[in-house]
Each structure stands twice: as C-alpha cells, then as structure tokens.
Design a protein around this ligand. Structure first.
Ligand SMILES: Nc1ncnc2c1ncn2[C@@H]1O[C@H](COP(=O)(O)OP(=O)(O)OP(=O)(O)O)[C@@H](O)[C@H]1O
Ligand SMILES: [Mg+2]
Length: 308
C-alpha cells in the first residue's frame, strides 16, 4: 500500500537564513500512530507546518494521499486535522460556533451530531455555550483538538497536545486517539512526555538539529536499544567482582552490597541461568534480586546526546 504521507529530501531555510530542516525523508502509512520526538528547536513544528501547507518548503517534496502539498493545497489540507502547538483562537466566539465554523472552513456540510460527539468525547459539552475567553488553558487546548476533528480528517497532527494539561485531558485524548485509530485515522504526534509516546505510538521518529536520526517500530527500537539490568542484593559485601566472572557485564554497586548485571534484552534467558549457577559455584549468596529495563526516555536521551 502506498504511504499516505511521503516526505522526500525536505529542507527548510527560514528568511533569516536559519536552516531548520536538513533533508528529511519519511513515509507514513495509513492508520499508524507515529510519535515524533526531539528537543526544543529540533524542527518538528516546522516539518508539520510544511505537511499541513502552512509553511513552504525550501526544497524537496511532500505528498499527502498522493497529492503535492504545495500544488494541491486544498485537496491535501482537507484530509488533515491539525492541533497546533500555539493557542490561537477567537476569544469572543463560543465553543460550539468555533468548532462548527472550523468544519465549514474545510468545505464540509454541517453535522451537529458529529460536533456534539466530538465535544462530548473531549468533556467540553457543558462548556459549549461559553466564550473561549471563559475557559481555562487546558480547556482551550481541548477546543483546538475539537476544531481539528470537526471535519473528520483522515490524518491528524497533534503538536504537543498535552503540554501543560492535566491527567484527565491526557486520558481523554488517549481515548480519542484510540477511537480514531480504530476508525483508520493516521496520527502523528509530537510530545515531550516520552512515556506518552511509549504508551500510544506504533512507530517512533527522533528528530534533532533538522535531521531525522531514526524512525523505527517502537517495539523493535526498545528491543534493539533497550538495555536490561539484573540487580542482586548480596548477603555479604564483595571487594571486587570475582576474577572468574570478570568481563561479563558485571559491576559492583555501592559498598559492594549489590552486583549489577547488564545484558541486552535479546539474549537474556540463557545468560542469567549461567550467571546464577556460577555465583553458586563461587559461594556468592544473594538476598533478593530485581530487574530494571531502560525506558524509551533513556533511549531518547542517549540518541539525542550522541547527535550533539
Ligand atoms: N519563522 C522563523 N524564522 C526563523 N527561524 C525559525 C522560525 N520558526 C522556527 N525557527 C527556528 O527553527 C528551528 C526549529 O523550530 P521548530 O519550531 O520547528 O522546533 P520544534 O522541534 O517544534 O521545537 P519545540 O519542541 O520547542 O516545539 C528553531 O531553531 C527555531 O528557532
Ligand atoms: Mg514545536
């Protein structure tokens, strides 16, 4: 199946000469949830703005549903819902009108039942007659999400949708995302809450300094780059790792009271069994054992750190 979004050698140099994107290649499949991670200033919003037709590329091409985002702007924009990072809404309009109007802007016929469902899903129904200036910051963010869903887009961009919002909205949003995924909507999400990406993404892309460092299935990424540790609380302290066990990913914790075994998640079972039997042979006893696994956040920090 052809990708729903295809980005080829995309570059962006702003008017002041700053190069924000340095040749991005990325295909996004219909129905997937892709999380784009990257530090502040990495180029995430710039890339999203170009795909949505809000900013012009300096070089390269982007197609959405097979249409060029520059030459066929109307066709591509209607397929897309965008929840922008910045709050920009008309303060004196009501929630209901803002969201309904947004649907009309994309050339869709009025559908009050759809607007009602969207507002209810985002816990905004009881605020539908409030003016936007009468809402809290988190509620305004919900309105942005409702606006983006008003015209039933096939692709949804969420640019930091949960920055500065409470746990309830995050849960609401994940719920909405799940429902949209089930109906075949493609979702591209940026977030600084990496556990959010770990929770909901199928694939993860890491951007830094205008370059895409990697894009990979989340589970593959975790298996490939994720490290695991087995931590043994020793019955008696050790001065050093015994010679016979040296060089096998073992190190001693504070005061020699813990023995830490680093291993990769792919070859774990057999090596742990071997280690435990060797410890028994050496007469090293332990009181307790636990394991620790690196999170997507650990992986992200090491990737971005290497790129600098
Ligand atoms: N209009 C502009 N003119 C000049 N430089 C810009 C402009 N907009 C963005 N930039 C620069 O481009 C780079 C990428 O910005 P962008 O907003 O795409 O980053 P981001 O990855 O979305 O970051 P954040 O996580 O902070 O939202 C930054 O260095 C930024 O200063
Ligand atoms: Mg941004």
């Amino acid at each position: 199946m052809a990708p729903i979004i295809s980005i080829r050698n995309l570059t962006k140099t702003y008017a002041n000469g700053f190069q924000a994107l340095k040749g991005i290649d990325l295909d996004i499949d219909k129905g997937e949830i892709l999380a784009l991670l990257g530090p502040n200033g990495a180029g995430k919003t710039t890339m999203i703005s170009i795909v949505c037709g809000i900013a012009n590329p300096s070089g390269g091409t982007v197609t959405v549903g097979g249409h060029d985002v520059v030459k066929e702007f109307r066709a591509t924009r209607t397929m897309i819902g965008l929840v922008p990072q910045e709050l920009t809404t008309d303060q004196f309009e009501t929630v209901w009108n803002t969201v309904s109007f947004s649907r009309g802007l994309h050339g869709k016929k009025p559908d009050p039942a759809h607007i009602e469902r969207v507002l209810r899903d985002l816990s905004l129904w009881d605020k539908k007659d409030n003016m936007l200036r009468q809402l809290s910051g988190g509620m305004k963010r919900r309105v942005l999400i409702a606006k983006a869903l008003s015209h039933e887009p096939q692709i949804l961009f969420l640019d930091e949708p949960t920055a500065g919002v409470d746990v309830t909205l995050r849960k609401d949003m994940w719920h909405v995302v799940e429902r949209l995924r089930a109906s075949g909507v493609t979702i591209i999400l940026t977030t600084h809450y990496i556990e959010e990406a770990e929770e909901i993404a199928d694939r993860v892309g890491v951007i830094n300094g205008g370059k895409l460092l990697l894009v990979e299935e989340k589970n593959t990424l975790m298996a490939k780059l994720g490290r695991k540790q087995l931590i043994l609380d020793l019955a008696e302290p050790l001065d050093a790792v015994p010679r016979s066990l040296d060089g096998n990913g073992l190190s001693l914790g504070p005061n020699g009271m813990t023995l830490i075994y680093d291993f990769d998640a792919e070859h774990e079972q057999s090596s742990i069994a071997v280690l435990l039997s060797r410890l028994a042979t050496e007469g090293i006893h332990f009181k307790d054992l636990s394991t620790r696994q690196s999170s997507l956040e650990d992986i992200f920090v090491s990737l971005v750190g290497e790129g600098q």
